[in-house]
Design a protein around this ligand. Structure first.
Ligand code: FAD
Length: 544
């Protein structure tokens, strides 16, 4: 996967996708697999918008059952099953504890019925069914849980992913099918020419300069930027978005390997504690926010709300202000549907044709990480039909594994258990190979080959997380990480450790520098930009 802006400007594209979040990535993969000539541009880095700021769940959404959105939940659970199959290294089952208190709004019978339905709708995707625990067992699963009024708990399963890597793997698959991709490339204008093609002006934010791409059709997959992008084609068009800010806190690990679904003491909203890379994420808030999506960050009120929730859940585990490692926020690109309360606004995705260019310019509104593949299928079906483009068959994305999703022997668990043998054969540390195999699945070989050529790459980047130096090299060589921030935030996830890779950033810059030709001065600039960027990404919420 190489950044190649000049190829974007050559010839005519069947489809230009604007926005490299999960929707754009999924659409590019689907369209390229069907044989269309596809381009995709992303103004910042892939997954840097809402798709990298989610709760990271691949789920039906138990809370949507409360709202009787049965069809939505069933469709999402079907997608969960597909993603567990095509990306076992990236989408993993996660146990959830749902504590039951005396003052809960739902009866135990209603909860039992809801969980039974959830299990049934999940189908045969290998997830264990739910069970009920008494209060002492609930405390054993979650030491420190508030015991006052605790009647017991339910345990059920959903799935968790790495949202940014899921986006990048879809793009890798798109590139494997010939899609031309560029990050740090921003669309600035759209117009139609006499041949009926759409002409798009693109600014190169990495090297400066501009170019023009020509496409038969465009999908605007810019998430919370969708109204702004649509206005480039139709300045008088009515806004359709109702952006909703959702914040998360990262705290040291508080809930073991189990996620927890609980209620806020402030307003009874459903909240989540999710184990993540050795930390616990607490989310989320839901607040109208019409600010520039590039500037979204958690407010003091968001942080207080989330901390109060965590302290209420874990009354027996003191959580000090200084435990807060970092916080981040994203904007849900919800479609304005007239709902009075944000929590009741629809999460469903909608494809909206432009007033100026009709269905040749489709905008994506709403949607969930979980159901991106289904949305992509609908978008490509419509584009292919409207533009009369012959495609090689229908959507194949549910049948073909994502990169790394296919492992030798075909059984992911057996592949993981073979990691010690793989390590021994190469004289490597078994734990390191196992952690690489878990993250990279069938791409393990590519990482090991890098390390074989340069054994020093088989070391950890720092002691705070599992990232290996080889993964930084892989990001630069084959995953289009063209800045240090792309590698640390968007490819390896090293920025999400307790240390946020602040100390090892120079070492990572040196690895990238050796591959991308950065001299010492450029490496320093990259490190400084990374540190600045973390402040923005995490909303300046460092606790000294
Ligand atoms: P984005 O990811 O925002 O992508 C749009 C991209 O377009 C951005 O990268 C942006 O830089 C780019 N762009 C903008 N303008 C231009 C331009 N002019 N030129 C080129 N590029 C441009 N869903 C789940 O299924 N599970 C969850 O657990 C979950 N949790 C969530 C928690 C929170 C707090 C939030 C906010 C959302 C959550 N969601 C979850 C929903 C899900 O994350 C989003 O619906 C999804 O990520 C939206 O993806 P997108 O591709 O539409 O938008």
């Amino acid at each position: 996967m190489r950044r190649d802006l000049t190829r974007l400007a050559e010839g005519r594209l069947d489809l230009l996708v604007i926005g490299g979040g999960i929707h754009g990535a999924g659409i590019a993969r689907d369209a390229a697999q069907r044989g269309l000539r596809v381009g995709l541009v992303e103004r910042d880095d892939f997954g840097s918008g809402t798709s990298g700021r989610s709760t990271k769940l691949i789920h039906g959404g138990l809370r949507y059952l409360e709202q009787r959105r049965i069809f939505q939940v069933r469709a999402a659970l079907r997608e969960r099953a597909v993603l567990l199959r095509i990306a076992p290294h990236l989408v993993r089952p996660l146990p959830f504890l749902l504590p039951i208190y005396a003052d809960d709004p739902h009866s135990r019978a209603a909860l039992r019925a809801g969980l039974w339905l959830y299990d049934r709708m999940g189908g045969r995707d290998g997830m264990p069914g739910h069970q009920f625990l008494d209060a002492p067992d609930a405390e054993r699963v979650l030491p420190g849980i508030r015991m006052e009024g605790l009647r017991g708990a339910a345990m059920y399963h959903d799935a968790v992913t790495d949202d940014r890597r899921l986006t990048v793997l879809n793009l890798l698959a798109a590139a494997d099918h010939g899609a031309i991709l560029a990050n740090h490339a921003e669309v600035e204008s759209i117009r139609a020419d006499q041949d009926g093609l759409l002409r798009v002006a693109i600014a190169d934010r990495l090297h400066g300069g501009a170019l023009e791409a020509r496409a038969r059709a465009i999908v605007n997959a810019t998430g919370p930027w969708a109204d702004r992008l649509a206005a480039l084609a139709d300045p008088d068009g009515a806004p359709r978005l109702r952006p909703s800010r959702g914040a998360h806190l990262a705290l040291p690990r508080l809930t073991g390997e189990t996620a927890v679904l609980f209620r806020s003491p402030d307003d009874g909203r459903v909240m989540l504690a999710v184990p993540w890379e050795g930390l616990t994420l607490i989310g989320t808030t839901e607040t109208d926010d019409a600010e520039d999506p590039a500037d979204v960050s958690p407010t003091d009120a968001d942080i207080e709300y989330l901390l109060r929730g965590a302290r209420h859940l874990l009354a027996g585990t003191p959580i000090a202000d200084r435990d807060l490692l970092f916080a981040f926020a994203g904007l849900r690109p919800l479609l304005a549907d007239g709902a009075r309360h944000l929590s009741a606004a629809t999460r469903e995705a909608r494809l909206v044709p432009s007033r100026a260019f009709g269905p040749r310019l489709l905008s994506v509104y709403g949607g969930k990480l979980t159901s991106y593949r289904d949305l992509a299928r609908q978008a490509v079906d419509r584009i292919a039909k409207v533009a009369g483009m012959p495609t090689t068959g229908g959507c194949q994305t549910g049948a073909q594994p994502l990169p790394g999703g296919e492992v030798p022997g075909g059984d992911f668990l057996a592949f993981l258990s073979a990691a010690p043998r793989t390590a021994a054969a190469r004289g490597l540390d078994a734990r390191l190979v196992l952690s690489l195999a878990t993250r990279h699945g069938g791409r393990l070989q590519a990482v090991l080959e890098l390390a074989h050529a340069a054994p020093e790459l088989m070391q950890r980047l720092c002691n705070h997380g599992p990232t290996l130096r080889a993964e930084v090299a892989l990001a630069a060589d084959g995953e289009m990480a063209v800045t240090l921030t792309d590698a640390l935030l968007g490819r390896t996830g090293a920025a999400f450790r307790s240390c946020q890779a602040l100390h090892c950033a120079p070492a990572a810059a040196a690895i990238m520098g050796a591959r991308l030709g950065w001299d010492a001065a450029r490496q320093e600039v990259e490190v400084a930009r990374y540190r600045d960027r973390l402040r923005l990404e995490r909303g300046a919420r460092f606790v000294p």
